[in-house]
Design a protein around this ligand. Structure first.
Ligand code: CO8
Length: 371
C-alpha cells in the first residue's frame, strides 16, 4: 500500500483575456488618470502612472493569456475590477461552486464517490469569506461526511495541502479531497503595470488515498519550508475595518525582482536536497511540476537542479502551463500535473514544487504506479 494521488480535476472560467486586451485597458486608464491629474503631476505632488506593453509581459513572464471570472469589468478602464455580484447566504458561494466542479472531475477520475471521502481541504491564497469555511460548504454540496477546513499558504497552499492530506490518511482517514480555488482577479491590482498581467483564475482538485490497486502518484517524501519575507504582501484582513482603511493598499503587491533572486536558489536547493535524501538522481526525475509564476524562473530552477546541458536538451522536464493560465497561485502545480500526468510511465518519479508568499516552499516527491 502507498498514499497516492489517484485523480485530479480542473475547472477554468470561460472568459479569456489576452495580453493585448489587458494592456489596451490599462493604457486607457493611465491616460485618463494622468490627464485628470495633470496639474498635480506637473507640480510634483503626484507621480504619473505608466503604461504597459504586451511584449514586456510575454518576455518578462511567459504569460500570453489568462482565464478570468468576469472580463467586462476587468477591462473597463473606469473600473478594472471584475463584476462579481454578492450572493445571498442561501446561495452557493462562487469559490465553492468552482471547487465542486473541479472536485467532481477529480472524484470521477479517481473512481470514488462522496461516501468514500472523509476529509475535504480547501487550500488557496485567498478565501472568499472568513467563515463558515468554504471547505465545509463544498463538503456539504458534495454530500461528504467527516470534516473539512480551509487553509492558506499562498502559492504553496496545494503542496502544503497534499502534506496535510498525507498526514490525515496516516492518521486513519480513508480518502482526502484537496481543492484549490484561486479567484485571483478579485484581489489583483489591475491599475498597476507591475502586477496587472500576473494572475489568472482557476480551480483544481485532487483525491489522495492509500491504495495499491489504482493507478496514481505515490507520495514518497514531503518537505515543507517557510521563511518570513515582506517581498510579497497583501494587507487585506478584518482589522482593516476598524479604521476604514484605504483599500488601495489591500491587494497583492510584490518586489518581483527580489522574489526572483531569493526564491530560485532556495527552491533548487530544496529539490536537490530532497532527491539526495531519497537517493534519486535528478536525471531519474521525469517531470518537475513547478509553481507557475514565471517561465524564466522555472527554466533557471531546472538548470540549477539538473544542469544546464540537461535542462536545455529537454525543456519538457518542466511543463509550462502559465502561458495559457498565467500565475494561478497554488493551483499551478496541480494544473501542470493534471495536464501531463500521462507523460510519466510506471515507476518513474516526479516532483511537485511550489513557492511563493511567506516565503513558502513545498516539495512533494512522487512515483507513478500503473495498475
Ligand atoms: N510594461 C512595460 N514595462 C514594464 C512593465 C509593464 N507592464 N512593468 C515593468 N516594466 C518595466 C520596468 O519599469 C523596468 O524598466 P526600467 O528597467 O527602465 O526601470 C523593466 O520593465 C523591468 O521591470 P521589472 O524589474 O519589474 O521586471 P522583471 O523583469 O523583474 O519582471 C516579474 C517582473 C515578471 C514580476 C518578475 O520579477 C517575476 O516574475 N518575479 C517573480 C515573481 C513571483 O514568483 N512571485 C510569486 C508571487 S505569487 C504568490 O506568492 C501568490 C500570492 C497570492 C496570489 C494573489 C493573487 C492576486
Amino acid at each position: 500500500m502507498g498514499i497516492r494521488i489517484t485523480g485530479t480535476g480542473l475547472f477554468h472560467p470561460e472568459d479569456v483575456i489576452t495580453n493585448e486586451e489587458l494592456v489596451e485597458s490599462l493604457n486607457a486608464y493611465v491616460e485618463q488618470y494622468n490627464s485628470a491629474n495633470a496639474d498635480k503631476i506637473a507640480a510634483g505632488e503626484l507621480e504619473a502612472r505608466r503604461g504597459s506593453s504586451a511584449e514586456f509581459i510575454e518576455k518578462a513572464s511567459g504569460v500570453k493569456r489568462r482565464y478570468v471570472s468576469e472580463k467586462t469589468g476587468l477591462l473597463d478602464p473606469n473600473r478594472l475590477r471584475p463584476h462579481l455580484k454578492e450572493r445571498a447566504d442561501d446561495e452557493i458561494s462562487l469559490q465553492a461552486e468552482w471547487g465542486v466542479i473541479a472536485a467532481k472531475q477529480a472524484m470521477e477520475n479517481a473512481g470514488v464517490t462522496a461516501e468514500d471521502i472523509d476529509v475535504v481541504i480547501l487550500a488557496c491564497s485567498n478565501m472568499q469569506r472568513a467563515y463558515p469555511a468554504v471547505a465545509i460548504e463544498i463538503q456539504t454540496a458534495l454530500g461528504i461526511q467527516g470534516y473539512a477546513y480551509d487553509m492558506n499558504v499562498a502559492c504553496s497552499a496545494a503542496t502544503f495541502g497534499l502534506k496535510q492530506a498525507y498526514d490525515a490518511i496516516k492518521s486513519g482517514a480513508r480518502r482526502v479531497l484537496l481543492v484549490n480555488v484561486e479567484i485571483t482577479s478579485a484581489h489583483n491590482d489591475f491599475r498597476s503595470r507591475d502586477s496587472h498581467f500576473i494572475f489568472g483564475d482557476v480551480a483544481t482538485a485532487s483525491i489522495i488515498e492509500d491504495t495499491d490497486s489504482k493507478t496514481g502518484f505515490e507520495i514518497v517524501d514531503t518537505q515543507l519550508f517557510t521563511q518570513f519575507s515582506n517581498n510579497i504582501r497583501n494587507n487585506f484582513g478584518f482589522l482593516n475595518l476598524s479604521e476604514n482603511a484605504d483599500i488601495d493598499d489591500k491587494r497583492f503587491r510584490q518586489d518581483g525582482r527580489k522574489v526572483f533572486k531569493e526564491v530560485c536558489p532556495l527552491v533548487a536547493k530544496m529539490i536537490t536536497a530532497q532527491l539526495e535524501k531519497n537517493a534519486i538522481a535528478p536525471a531519474d526525475v521525469k517531470r518537475f511540476w513547478l509553481h507557475q509564476a514565471n517561465a524564466s524562473m522555472n527554466e533557471l530552477i531546472l538548470k540549477l537542479v539538473v544542469g544546464k546541458a540537461a535542462a536545455e536538451a529537454d525543456p519538457a522536464l518542466v511543463p509550462i502551463i502559465l502561458d495559457e493560465f498565467a500565475n494561478t497561485s497554488s493551483a499551478g502545480v496541480i494544473i501542470a500535473l493534471h495536464r501531463t500526468a500521462h507523460e510519466v510511465n510506471d515507476g518513474e518519479y516526479g516532483v511537485l514544487c511550489s513557492f511563493g508568499a511567506g516565503y513558502s516552499v513545498g516539495c512533494i516527491l512522487v512515483q507513478k504506479h500503473v495498475v
